[in-house]
Design a protein around this ligand. Structure first.
Ligand code: ADP
Ligand code: TRP
Length: 335
């Protein structure tokens, strides 16, 4: 059996450097392996958890789809689809919900962060503003992964916990009903840290602190110029942990180039110069993809056709497994 690789990107905004190095680039590289079968998708049911603006969800769906394609996803080789086009996923989500421990969800970091924000704000109700979508979001992600029995899930470091929860849920199902699910593993690129955004928090579509992937070269450099640095003067030695700029550089460079960049900083490279080098590095990798992105964005109907073909392929596989899952829990025809 071929190794199955699967990952998704939430449709809540315009893809950024973190999405690219954390998930999109490694997933496309893994999909090119002839021994792998790949499932890459737009997580729009995840999108509506955090974003309640229909126009943003819609525009983001198009941007995320065009980004996958512009970055080299080949829809002939990869099953490329939109989560909401696969009704088997929410069906599996419910079955998994029925066997997931509430305590497991209490430990999910998105939920814990919301509780912490309430406590910090002096709220007496720690669940203030927390909706069930956010609370049970790791179950939906488990359904995404288990629906196609993925072995490997390329993700950024923030998602490792969710893949571990998926293993937990799969194990519980396998033990209680029938060995139907593969236990997936998160695949994290060793060279890639969780990139920090322009405000010092994790770079995220939800925080408005990103460096978007496909801005013009000029705007890209402008965003790079906003990366936080300290007040050290040109000529003063600098170390990699003094600015998020370094991890971004590292994610786009070879180890030898990173070593050279580290040395230049130690030798007193000015932050302004470091930003120019980073801008040029990013542009070299992104410029050809940016052009394809704009071509694709101009043809949404073509993207839709690709997604529909992907959904048909995905649903066929999903149905087969879901039928077995339903049977295993006792949901079957009366004859
Ligand atoms: P966002 O937080 O921007 O909405 P998503 O939740 O859609 O991002 O994440 C899609 C993929 O991108 C996930 O695999 C996630 O781990 C990865 N990712 C998101 N932000 C970063 C980041 N700042 N650095 C590295 N990877 C990231
Ligand atoms: N929850 C992921 C994120 O916010 C996106 C996602 C949804 C995903 N379903 C997935 C990633 C399944 C990998 C596998 O980043």
């Amino acid at each position: 059996m071929k190794k199955r690789v699967l990952t998704g990107v939430t449709t809540t905004g315009i893809p950024h450097l973190g999405n690219y190095v954390g998930a999109i680039r490694p997933a496309i590289a893994a999909a090119a392996n002839p021994d792998a079968e790949s499932f890459l998708f737009l997580a729009d049911y995840h999108g509506i958890i955090k974003c309640h603006d229909p126009e943003v969800i819609h525009a983001s769906t198009q941007a995320v789809a065009a980004t996958w394609l512009a970055c080299g996803l080949d829809p002939e080789r990869t099953t490329f689809y939109r989560q909401s086009d696969i009704p088997e996923v929410p069906e599996l989500n419910w079955i998994l919900t029925c066997i997931t421990a509430k305590g497991l969800m209490n430990r999910a970091h998105a939920y814990k962060a919301a509780v912490q924000a309430n406590l910090d704000a002096g709220q007496t109700d720690q669940d203030h503003g927390v909706e069930m979508g956010l609370y049970s979001y790791p179950i939906l992600m488990s359904a995404d992964i288990l629906m196609f029995n993925a072995h490997e899930v390329p993700v950024g470091r923030d998602q490792i916990q969710h893949v571990e929860m998926t293993r937990d849920i799969a194990q519980r199902f396998n033990h209680r009903f029938k060995e139907l699910f593969v236990l997936p593993e998160a695949k994290v690129d060793d060279n890639v840290e969780l990139l920090v955004g322009l405000d010092g928090r994790k770079m995220s579509k939800s925080y408005g602190n990103t460096i978007p992937l496909f801005e013009s070269e000029k705007k890209l450099q402008k965003a790079v110029n906003k990366i936080i640095t300290n007040l050290k003067e040109p000529g003063e030695p600098k170390s990699p942990d003094e600015s998020p700029l370094f991890d971004i550089y590292k994610a786009f460079a070879t180890p030898a180039e990173t070593a050279e960049f580290t040395q230049m900083l130690a030798d007193g490279l000015a932050w302004g110069e470091a930003k120019k080098l980073l801008g040029a590095k990013l542009n070299a990798e992104l410029a050809p993809k940016r052009e394809r992105f704009h071509e694709l964005t101009a043809r949404p109907a073509q993207i839709e056709d690709i997604l529909q073909a992907g959904a048909a392929k995905a649903r066929k596989q999903a149905r087969e497994l879901l039928d077995q899952v339903r049977d295993a829990v006792g949901i079957r025809a009366l004859r």
